[in-house]
Design a binder for this molecule. Structure first.
Ligand code: BG6
Length: 512
């Protein structure tokens, strides 16, 4: 091996990275290059006029183009039932960009360049219309991606049509969105339908939480710093809290949400991913299967949740907003808009350290965080009058992304030894300056990863199934017991019963 060459490479990279820092940047740390261009691609978007395409896919691509990452040779071919001309679609896309790209002005030459990459075809996904024309537009020498931005019930038939029509090349990729099934059985059917047409290496299942910068930071923090690993275990960690709270309700997607409830909508996927990244063993390499194997081991190590360890709730009316039942329009609904539960990872590292998970709508604030609560110091030298306090590491995913460590220090001044707490606080926006504001949103990152062929931040089929295998019995138990969710006030921290879940273990939730 040529050690000289490998040793010189990082230096060259660092110089390149430093050159990429924008002039006048307030960064305290050198930025790394973010815009390594990707290869030419043909991205075929089924459901191109739908909400996801308008809110996330098109704005994400536009931002990647203005960042210099999306090549001008890229093509985005929107497909839909509407009989639009390509120019109609470009107008619709421009309107969507103006509405949903909030980080920069949309217009001028950059917009024109982007719109030139767009095309549109009316296609009948179940029939024949449009497929041949689609085939004529696809290039053999470009990365080919089919994005199924449609209801999951169509995944199987669209996958089959792309194969029957000969458009699914051996290296093409497909992108699918959650909900990936509504239980284990339906997830298996979906996986089976896709597996008939594509190999696992071609399937990109999006959980947009994995595309969030701060979620990836969980891995950077754990595996890029030697400091944490020795204490990242049951011997030192008292418990972990994972919270994804939102102050919005369910309006606008009531029908979907009422079928799902918080357990299916958030716990089976986003919260599960956060749990995996927090609890997993260090993978041998930062490579797709190495990472996904470790996540899968965590899901498989989860103990079944007992009835007494889970609380679900739904918001009542209050503070000028309607109740969950009013918003979902189903007076008979038994779905939950809040879940809190105590999970146990039965493995060597975590045995005895509970993971408390909670998520809810219409909560006091919108906040996502992972909090590691360390045990108190094992021996206390300061006397009984001074309380022992453990360290608390909180990783804020949104908003105000950052990391805080609660430390105990001496309360300054005379009067003997008194202790107080201070946060060691790193808010990324302060530490990294303006650059943090222009970081790619989850979809931008994920779509570019599909083009690059990197599956690290996508869920593998067995991971999704294992997550359902854990979640299904909890939901089945609610159905069997015929219990209803507890009510909670909008703008609160959820039902009181969720507080007891912690209090009975002599612990408390962090304030929202
Ligand atoms: C979605 C859920 O997957 O994630 C929504 O279906 C939830 O109910 C959303 O509101 C939260 O995502 P974010 O990125 O706003 O935290």
């Amino acid at each position: 091996m040529n050690f000289l060459a490998t040793a010189r490479f990082p230096l060259a990279r660092r110089r390149h990275a430093l050159q990429m820092a924008p002039e006048g940047s307030q960064c305290r740390y050198p930025m790394v290059a973010k815009t390594i261009p990707v290869e030419a691609f043909d991205l075929v978007v089924f459901g191109a006029t739908g909400d996801l395409a308008r809110r996330k896919i098109l704005p994400g691509l536009y931002r990647r183009m203005t960042a210099g990452q999306m090549p001008h040779t890229a093509r985005v071919i929107g497909l839909g039932r509407s009989r639009l001309e390509p120019d109609d679609y470009r107008r619709l896309a421009a309107a969507s960009l103006r509405e949903f790209v909030v980080t920069e002005d949309v217009g001028g030459e950059r917009l024109d360049e982007f719109l030139e990459c767009l095309d549109y075809l009316p296609v009948d996904v179940a029939g024949d219309a449009g497929w041949q024309e689609l085939g004529e537009k696809l290039r053999d020498d470009a990365v080919r991606v089919f994005y199924f931005s449609v209801a999951p019930s169509l995944f199987g038939s669209i996958a089959a049509r792309t194969v029957e029509t000969g458009l699914a090349s051996p290296d093409c990729r497909i992108v699918v969105e959650k909900p990936f099934g509504g239980d284990l059985a339906s997830a298996r059917v979906l996986n089976g339908d896709l597996a008939k047409c594509f190999e696992e290496r071609q399937i990109y299942r999006i959980d947009h939480y994995l595309g969030k910068e701060t979620v990836q930071n969980l891995m950077a923090l754990r595996f890029g710093n030697a400091l944490f690993e020795p204490v990242w275990n049951a011997q030192h960690v008292d418990h972990v809290q994972i919270t994804v709270a939102e102050n919005l309700g369910i309006s606008g997607r009531a029908e979907y949400y009422d079928q799902a409830g918080a357990m299916r909508d958030m716990v089976q996927n986003h919260i599960m991913q956060l749990l995996c990244l927090t609890a997993m063993e260090p993978p041998a390499r930062f490579e797709p299967d190495a990472v996904r194997d470790e996540k899968l081991k965590i899901i498989k190590a989860l103990e079944p949740v007992s009835r007494r360890d889970v609380v679900r709730g739904r918001y009542r009316a209050g503070g000028g907003v309607g109740s969950y039942l009013e918003e979902c329009g189903n007076a008979e609904s038994s779905s939950e808009s809040f879940v809190a539960l105590k999970a146990s990872v039965a493995n060597w590292r975590w045995s005895g350290t509970p993971f408390y998970l909670r998520t809810g709508k219409r909560m006091k604030s919108t906040l996502s965080e992972v909090v590691i609560v360390f045990k108190d110091p094992p021996h206390w030298i300061f006397g009984e009058q001074i309380d022992r306090r453990g360290n608390v590491l909180s990783i804020r995913l949104q908003p105000d992304e950052g990391i805080t460590m609660r430390m105990t220090i001496k309360d300054p001044g005379p009067g003997g030894m008194r202790l107080t707490e201070v946060p060691l606080d790193m808010t990324f926006a302060e530490a990294l300056g303006e650059s943090v504001k222009s970081l790619p949103d989850a979809y931008e990152r994920l779509i570019m990863d599909v083009v690059r062929g990197n599956q690290t931040l996508f869920m593998r089929g067995d991971e999704v199934e294992a997550a359902w295998e854990w979640v299904d019995p909890v939901i089945a138990d609610w159905t069997m017991a015929g219990t209803m969710p507890f009510d909670y006030d909008p703008g609160s921290s959820g039902p009181e019963e969720a507080l007891f879940l912690m209090h009975r273990d002599n612990r408390r939730w962090r304030d929202l």
